[in-house]
Design a protein around this ligand. Structure first.
Ligand code: NAP
Length: 386
């Protein structure tokens, strides 16, 4: 069998590293052709030596020069944003794993979809900001977008081969993060916020999990990717993180997707879909007593979930503004510029400021790029940073 050629963008991050482990595990099916990151020189050099891709890409040109001088001529090292955006267009790859932070991967994803390729998409912010035009683009060029997010991969599995018109609603689970019991303390310190009880992830998504904005972003992702209406998508707290998603049908019957919480499973699902292979992930052990709990989301304590629904009601402009404000607020919190409790306020005020513009019916990608930038600038001004 010909091996599928894969590029992992965001290879030095939490999802990227898991993707490399999956590709190594299934080396008879997959060939790693390219890895890409921003500026983690030491890490990407180690990855190049270990996994032997043909291409090593860095969006930061100076970092690319440093990688070139370290690795010599054994690899093709490409530097700069444009190189990353153009690479997935080439015949060198069949599948792009997109796990770069935020919306940095937009150009690369469009390039892959334009060639009708498969994109295993972890970067949820891309669907939150550009979801509508991105999915139109994907349909137009017969590309495939598969969700790496474990909850969305869970929905994908429950819906496989089913008639969407029979679905009453889909239910995303949330671990509840470190403040599930207490509610988020307004003055929580960065190290408390980054102590996630279940998942080990990058800093941005870990903060989003503590405010529950992560669940809000996933609700938006679900609407954009599967085409459900916002009132068909709901979230529930499930501290064990064993059930990743549930789909409820018209007759009241529910299907759920369960597994141990391990990102290597949804990544592998996207890569091998529609087939399955043995994985590196442990099986659930039903010989042990196992309790599963489900609790409603306390929207008063975690206002970010409500803000996400409010943004969804305002359409693509709303979700773009929400994400831009959240990005700025989370970064400001990590830099010690605002308190943890101020994150929802920054988002709320930014959403309110852009109310008029959010109403436009159909947004193109360039219009959303402009809006994202302006909303980010407004949020920075609110905080008093440039
Ligand atoms: N972690 C999870 O379990 C998980 C689960 C579901 C979805 N996701 C989503 O997956 C995405 C990545 O999450 P993560 O936790 O893996 O993040 P992470 O550990 O912070 O890794 C981010 C990756 O993106 C690269 N990057 C950062 N800024 C960039 C830029 N300006 N241009 C190009 N590349 C850039 C980083 O490269 P450098 O190392 O060179 O900076 C790194 O490879 C996020 O959208 C997140 O919401 C994550």
């Amino acid at each position: 069998m010909r091996r599928a050629k894969i590029a992992v963008f965001g290879s030095t991050g939490s999802v990227g590293k898991s993707a490399l482990a999956v590709i190594e595990h299934l080396a008879d099916r997959f060939q790693l052709v390219a890895i890409a990151a921003h500026q983690s020189v030491a890490e990407i050099c180690l990855q190049a030596e270990r996994y032997q891709p043909r291409y090593v890409l860095l969006s930061d040109k100076q970092a690319a020069e440093r990688v070139k001088s370290r690795l010599g001529r054994r690899f093709r090292v490409l530097g700069g944003k444009e190189a990353l955006e153009q690479f997935p267009d080439s015949h060198e790859i069949d599948t792009l794993v997109m796990a770069m932070s935020g919306t940095a991967g937009l150009g690369a994803v469009l390039a892959a979809l334009r060639q009708g390729k498969k994109v295993a998409l972890a970067s949820k912010e891309l669907l939150v900001v550009y979801g509508e035009p991105l999915m139109r683009f994907s349909r137009r060029y017969h590309g495939t977008v598969l969700p790496v997010d474990s909850e969305l991969a869970g929905i994908h599995q429950c819906l496989e081969g089913r008639d969407f018109s029979q679905v009453r609603r889909v239910i995303l689970t949330a671990s509840g993060g470190p403040f599930r019991r207490t509610g988020p303390p307004a003055d929580a310190q960065v190290r408390q916020v980054l102590r996630h009880p279940v998942w080990k992830m990058g800093k941005k998504i870990t903060v989003d999990s503590a405010t529950l904005m992560n669940k809000g972003l996933e609700v938006i992702e679900t609407v954009r990717l599967f085409g459900f209406t916002p009132d068909q998508v709901t979230a529930v707290i499930h501290p064990e993180s064993v059930v990743h998603a549930l789909v409820e049908f018209r007759d009241g019957s529910l299907l759920a997707q369960l597994s141990v919480p391990d990102m290597r499973l949804p990544i592998q699902y996207c890569l091998t879909w529609p087939e399955r292979e043995g994985s590196l992930v442990q099986f659930l052990d039903f010989e042990q007593r196992m309790k599963l709990h489900f609790l409603p989301v306390d929207q008063a304590r975690f206002p970010c979930v409500q803000l996400a629904y409010r943004a969804l009601a305002a359409g693509s402009g709303g979700t773009c503004v929400l994400n831009a404000a959240n990005d700025v607020a989370v970064e400001a919190f990590l830099q010690g510029q605002i308190a943890f409790g101020e994150i929802p306020d920054i988002i709320r005020q930014t959403l309110a400021q852009f109310t008029g513009e959010k109403k436009r019916k159909r947004f193109s990608i360039p219009l959303l790029q402009q809006l994202e930038q302006r909303a980010g600038e407004f949020a920075r001004k609110l905080i008093g940073i440039n």
